[in-house]
Design a protein. Structure first.
Lengths: 211, 211
DNA sequence: TTCCGTATAGTCGGTTCCGACTATCAGGGA
DNA sequence: TCCCTGATAGTCGGAACCGACTATACGGAA
């Protein structure tokens, strides 16, 4: 699988909007925010304009007019080309079919959970659990007053359900791990440094609590 | 919360290794790979050397010797400073406590699931489900012959359990969504473009199947 | 009437990131 | 003996990314 010419998913969002109607970049950003898509796409003005230019370079979109309102900066309105419409669908298809490695910050931190020691680790995870629970509530509220009230078809917010599911899973893992730390079922070796590298104490019951 | 001076988590991995003993960058990369940490950290030679330099600039690590073996390129060995040891722990603590927005490619694609139409969407998700199941199996095998055989304490591979849990959740959501598409409980509006923007057909039973 | 905050629209320079490339050495097969 | 592959160690130029900044317009408060 050769690498995609454009990999920033913000370009996917742009392409998506231009399937509906021509727009200028600033309008894309505000439309995405209005639709709560700013939690699926990282919208950054700088990146947005770079992305749009890259899409033009590849012939996926093209400028259709430049207008000026009074003395404000000029706006360039873009539309998707036929190529852009085709690639939009192909790209979605590809992203859905093939899982790719991502490197979430949380995984990085969990890799070194041991460095905090059991008490501080459990406390830190507990704080995270609180934040996660809050976020889940907020998101449920958003879903309730968009899809729940029939304003927006469920399919158009399906990614929100997806991310919600992911957070719930993370929360469950976090809580389970806190419990395992507190009740000692996640054995905490006292790693020690020797000239030969590292050694660690074995759990008292042989290799019992390593699952 | 002010932005971290260094945000690339590869720097966290470097710091982690240098808690054990001084190393040169190439050795860091191979050690991380040996320990299967390359699924939590994106290891890229270019980024690695940049990261090491950034850590030196901030005084978190420092070169302790430069050796040369025959006519091979010179190796510079680095060690963590006191500051680096403190920041290592603080950084982990921070990453654990506060969830940050990430923008996984899958979410981007799911946002535009509608664009594929129900049949192709279900098929694409089904392919993904297959890949995910495979990955989960592989990862379980890795866990079995490291932690499972008592070679490595469970705590040192805890992030693998975490990512496994996340994948299982994603798989579950994916399968559920495939079912909902196939049995029609995820209503698929026929979006149509008008001059006023977009309209969509309502589900036949009023607003029934929007959850 | 002036001032302030916010919305509109986009620019720009610096950092970060990436992966293709260089170059040497060691070991095994033909 | 020669060649090929893979490991060792790191360099470099360009692409991507970011966020602070500019500049205008507008509505309401003081």
């Amino acid at each position: 699988m050769a690498k995609r010419k454009i990999s920033n998913t913000l370009a996917l969002a742009v392409l998506g909007l231009l399937q509906e109607r021509p727009m200028h970049p600033y309008e894309m950003a505000s439309t995405l925010r209005e639709r709560h898509k700013d939690s699926s796409f990282k919208i950054n003005s700088g990146s947005l304009y770079d992305t749009v230019e890259a899409l033009v370079r590849h012939g996926w979109i093209e400028p259709v007019e430049t207008a000026r309102d009074g003395r404000r900066p000029e706006r360039t309105v873009y539309a998707a080309t036929q190529l852009g419409q085709d690639e939009f669908v192909r790209w979605i298809d590809e992203l859905l079919r093939m899982p790719v490695a991502e490197y979430p910050k949380f995984m990085a931190a969990v890799s070194y959970l041991g460095a905090l020691g059991p008490d501080r680790a459990a406390e830190a995870l507990a704080e995270r659990a609180g934040h996660l629970a809050e976020r889940i509530d907020e998101t449920n509220r958003v879903l309730a007053d968009t899809v729940g009230s029939g304003q927006v078809p469920r399919l158009f917010m399906i990614e929100v359900e997806c991310v919600l599911h992911a957070w719930e899973a993370e929360l469950a893992w976090t809580r389970r791990t806190i419990d395992e730390i507190r009740d000692g079922s996640l054995f905490w070796p006292e790693a020690e440094r020797t000239e030969q590298g590292w050694t660690w104490s074995a759990p008292s019951d042989g290799r019992g609590s390593n699952r």
